[in-house]
Ligand binder design. Structure first.
Ligand code: ZN
Length: 138
């Protein structure tokens, strides 16, 4: 007779699949500090059930929402409905820059897991990207 209970399960081989495992280098994926250098999460840090953990999985957009300097969506590259006109955009900036722009847009709307320390976990996205990309405040 087949049965599924705890007693039965103990004798069964188990397959553990870990989705989005912690980084193998044990470093925060935002600031890059090693877990030896960081303090564990405590109850002061909101939005986490990871009290005591050194790194907690967060979800972040893959690129900043406003990528500057690639193209500007000025009225001369829009059609009569106010939508981007790709032909006008390519004529003004060239296909390479327009492709970069669309890739950046896709990344800005895609999320990825990010293992972060207590100091990075609560950062708003713009601060997160500044720290991750090593930029100082402007
Ligand atoms: Zn960090």
């Amino acid at each position: 007779m087949s049965k599924l209970d705890n007693e039965h399960m103990e004798n069964e081989p188990r397959v553990v699949i870990e989705i989005n495992p912690p980084p193998s280098n044990n470093c925060c994926e935002c600031c890059g500090r090693h877990v030896r250098e960081i303090k564990p999460f405590d109850r002061d840090k909101a939005n986490t059930s990871g009290v005591g953990a050194l790194l907690v999985k967060n979800f972040r957009f893959m690129a900043p929402s406003k990528v500057k300097g690639v193209v500007e969506l000025t009225p001369d590259v829009l059609n009569e409905n106010g939508d981007v006109d790709d032909d006008k955009l390519i004529a003004k900036y060239g296909k390479v820059k327009v492709d970069q722009f669309y890739l950046a847009e896709q990344l800005a709307w895609s999320t990825t897991p990010s293992w972060e320390c207590r100091d990075c976990f609560t950062l708003p996205d713009d601060e997160y990207f500044k720290r991750k990309l090593g930029k100082t405040g402007e």
